[in-house]
Every structure is written in C-alpha cells, then in structure tokens.
Design a protein around this ligand. Structure first.
Ligand code: G
Ligand code: G
Ligand code: MN
Ligand code: NA
Length: 254
C-alpha cells in the first residue's frame, strides 16, 4: 500500500482529526481563540505530519476535499468549546496557497459557516507570505472579499517566507503571526529580538494584531510581554488538543 493510497482512503472516510491549540491573551490570561491543526494517524504508516501530507493531498488533487472537511469539522466543533468561554473567541484555520487561490475556497467556507451557524467575526484564515507574493487578481479579490465579510486574515510564519513588506500595504491583513523560530532565539540572538521589535513597530503603525507562535517557557513569555506582544500560543500554555481535551483545558483555565 502506498502512502498516497492510504491518504486518499482516509480523507474519503473522514478518518483524519483536528487538534486545537489555544491562543491566549497574555495580559488577561484568557483564551481568545484556537488554531485548528489537522492530524493524520494512519493505521499503516503511523503519525504523519501535515507538513508531509498537505503537499501530497495537493499533488493528488485532494486538497479541496481535505480543506472543506477541516472547515466543516472545525465549525461543527466550534459551539462545543466556544460556549464555555466568558468572552467570544475565534477559530483560526490554515489554508495552503493552492487551497486559498481556488475560486471554490470562499464557497466551501461559507457553506461550512452557514451549516454550523458560525458568524464571520469568529473566523480567521491563516495564509503564508507566499500567497501574497503572487500578484494574481484572484488572490487580491479573495482577501478583500473575506475581509469585507468580516473574516480575519492572518499571515502565518511571518518573517520566514519571501518577505516583501509592500504587500502589507496592498492587502487588508488582520494579524501577523510571529514565527516560533524568532520567539525561541530572541533571548540569545540580538537579530531575532530586532526582528520581533520590527514586526511590532510595523504592526502598531498599521493597526494589525500580532500573535506569537511557539511560546514554550516563562522566560519567552516575559520577553514577549516586555516587547508589547500581547497574545500567542505554544506549549507553555498548551499543545494542540483534540476537542474533548480542549474542553477540559478550557474548564481548568477560565
Ligand atoms: O501542528 P503542526 O505540526 O502540526 O503543523 C505543521 C504545519 O501544517 C503548519 O505549518 C500548519 O500550518 C500546517 N497545517 C496544519 N493543519 C493544516 C490544515 O488543515 N490545512 C493546511 N493547509 N495546513 C495545515
Ligand atoms: O501553522 P503553523 O506553521 O504555525 O503551525 C504551528 C506548528 O507549531 C504546529 O506544528 C504546532 O504543532 C507547532 N507548535 C505549536 N506550539 C509549539 C511550541 O510551543 N513549540 C514548538 N516547537 N512547536 C509548536
Ligand atoms: Mn498556522
Ligand atoms: Na508557524
């Protein structure tokens, strides 16, 4: 059996799962959202990372099916955890460039939203810098339409891609996610600290929010707070959790 065949089978059988990593406001210690992260535990090949299976799904032409399953499942789960929170939170969903560029993307998104009654302000879509680099009119239109509908757009792994700051001018972005490599090295590497400061300076000027990724230690958290980064995610608070575990986490946290 080939990996591709197993993936095709498991996508068709809805056998993948979603883990949710809480996004925390550092100052109020409250949960402001969760990031949905797809998980594949294959009975023949074991646990395969999305970094490996997302490109395979794209090559096989199955990314739309996988992506719409993720949207549907995550929206279905939304009510079960968000109702436990004191203040409203959002669901952040990753979209690969190929997925995001497709005309069908917003149809899948709206279909899932309407089916499970999740309003647009409770949704964030994470795209990578590479999506913004192609000057395709379809990309521009997609971002504008999503923002006009009230959906947030975050740039994932900010600063690691083919950064071109000019796209921040062209696209109405809601949030920048500081890549975990900067967070993890900032204490020892002045360049990484300088990059975090530069990201904050741009974000404040442009009124864009910032989310730190990969916060693992109290020292990293303290540094981020010193640099005016107010929210983030990471193993310090929680690893990505299946829905039942997320519900337990929220009960213990709030
Ligand atoms: O949790 P972690 O190892 O699992 O995620 C690895 C990478 O896979 C991250 O860059 C994340 O953005 C990506 N990823 C996780 N889930 C999804 C998904 O549902 N869709 C897409 N396109 N990427 C995902
Ligand atoms: O979508 P993105 O590329 O941001 O995916 C986030 C990735 O980072 C996922 O693979 C997730 O499991 C992982 N992750 C989340 N929190 C931490 C953390 O604190 N440390 C590390 N090393 N990885 C993390
Ligand atoms: Mn992400
Ligand atoms: Na990242």
């Amino acid at each position: 059996l080939k990996l591709e065949t197993a993936l095709r089978r498991d996508i068709s059988n809805n056998a993948l799962r979603i883990a949710y990593q809480p996004l925390i406001d550092f100052t109020s210690s409250s949960i402001i959202g969760v990031e949905a992260l797809c998980r594949w535990e294959c009975s023949e090949f074991g646990i395969i990372s999305p970094e490996e299976f997302i490109p395979i799904a794209e090559d096989m032409g199955m990314i739309d099916e996988l992506g719409s399953w993720v949207m549907n499942q995550a929206m279905k789960d939304f009510a079960d955890w968000s109702a436990l929170l004191k203040s409203p939170a959002y669901l952040s969903i990753n979209a690969s460039p190929q997925q995001f560029r497709a005309d069908s993307f917003s149809d899948y998104l709206n279909h899932a939203r309407l089916q499970f009654n999740v309003s647009p302000e409770h949704i964030q879509i994470e795209i990578t810098e590479s999506v913004l680099l192609d000057h395709a009119p379809a990309t521009t239109r997609q971002i504008r339409e999503l923002r006009q509908a009230g959906i947030r757009i975050a740039i994932d792994d900010f600063g690691t891609g083919y950064s071109s700051l000019s796209y921040l001018k062209r696209f109405p972005i809601s949030a920048l996610k500081i890549d975990k490599s900067f967070v993890q090295h900032a204490a020892n590497d002045p360049t990484d600290l300088a990059i975090i400061r530069a990201i904050m300076a741009i974000a404040i000027q442009m009124d864009v929010s910032v989310i730190a990724e990969g916060v693992e230690t109290q020292a990293e958290l303290d540094l981020l707070i010193r640099e005016a980064v107010h929210c983030g995610q990471g193993f310090f608070y929680s690893e990505p959790l299946y829905k039942e575990e997320l519900v337990e986490f929220i009960r213990g946290f709030e």
